[in-house]
Design a binder for this molecule. Structure first.
Ligand code: ZN
Length: 113
């Protein structure tokens, strides 16, 4: 079991966050075996956003702020896509492969490697 890392998780008023009985009532951070958001660290997108609002600047400064553009060049711009030519082919035309590679910079197409 692990806790949601959301910094405000305990402030969202839902039944499953309620603990304790009369005189000791409280809302607690969600605890689950797994979460769906933020690499399994958050119970909701809200909690992920809350964490970022609290720690995002520190985290970016710690791991390295982007200070200049990150560049995509022709050489590493090939992207595997569904081969949309298959939608338009004649039934008796040659068999087209299911995927092709498209260059995001030049729009060139090539067979998958
Ligand atoms: Zn949460």
């Amino acid at each position: 079991m692990k806790y949601c890392q959301g910094t405000m998780c305990h402030t969202y008023d839902t039944k499953d966050r309620k603990k304790g009985s009369k005189g000791n009532k409280r809302n607690e951070t969600r605890k689950r075996t797994s979460f769906y958001y933020g690499n399994g660290n958050f119970c909701s997108l809200n909690c992920q956003t809350d964490w970022f609002n609290t720690h995002g600047d520190n985290a970016i400064n710690h791991f390295g702020r982007v200070e200049k553009p990150i560049i995509l060049t022709e050489e590493n711009a090939w992207n595997r896509r569904y081969n949309y030519h298959r939608w338009h082919r004649e039934p008796e035309s040659e068999q087209l492969s299911e995927y092709i590679e498209v260059n995001m910079i030049t729009r060139e197409e090539r067979d998958c490697e």
